[in-house]
Design a protein around this ligand. Structure first.
Ligand code: IMP
Ligand code: MG
Length: 178
């Protein structure tokens, strides 16, 4: 298996780009079917979700907008449990279907906070589309409408996900070697 080094940690290939591509394709087909008449506002959650959002959006077949929010909760390999909103949403979401595009739901704190915050602005609906989900790590009771792949509770990098800023450019996903 292919191994890489990022800063002080070693990682091993765990999800090849071809598996990511297939998962995103399946998700896009479901979103096309479910939301084609909803004029949804797609919201990419920066930084981690930039690559997933770009690839998913290329497969969306109905007219829709995309916007960006920037949140931060991770430091190194740990979730801090505190979610900082570094860039907010400018669009008015009242009465609209909003689809949050997340790279990964880990403890669930980030997405739970964002969904709650959005709901105070009276959207018609808030849907969550996450490329990856760690069911064993999740501490919040959240509804995930679209999940690409369920993964074990290990720290990963690649395809937008980082270890202290590094690894986001990798087309495949790698798991830390313990
Ligand atoms: P949560 O709030 O614990 O669900 O974590 C959400 C955010 O933490 C994600 O959007 C990622 O940016 C980051 N994150 C969670 N797990 C990992 C991981 O294994 N590697 C890199 N970043 C992660
Ligand atoms: Mg993220």
């Amino acid at each position: 298996m292919k191994r890489i080094q990022l800063l002080d940690k070693e990682f091993v290939l765990s999800i090849p780009a071809s598996d990511i591509k297939r998962a995103i394709w399946d998700m896009a087909m479901k979103i096309n079917r479910d939301l084609h008449d909803k004029n949804p506002l797609m919201v990419c959650i920066l930084n981690g979700s930039f690559m997933f959002s770009a690839d998913l959006m290329k497969l969306i077949e109905f007219p829709c907008e995309i916007s960006f929010v920037k949140l931060s909760s991770y430091h190194g390999m740990e979730s801090t449990g505190e979610v900082k909103q570094l860039i907010g949403l400018n669009e008015n979401v009242e009465g609209r279907t909003v689809v949050l595009l997340e790279d990964i739901v880990d403890t669930g704190v980030t997405i739970d906070n964002l969904v709650r915050q959005l709901k105070t602005q009276n959207p018609a609906d808030v849907k969550v589309a996450t490329l990856l989900f760690k069911p064993e790590a999740c501490t919040r009771d959240i509804k995930l409408d679209y999940v690409g792949l369920e993964i074990p509770n290990d720290f990963i990098v690649g395809y937008g996900l980082d270890y202290d800023g590094y690894g986001r450019n990798l087309p495949d996903i790698y798991t830390v070697v313990k």
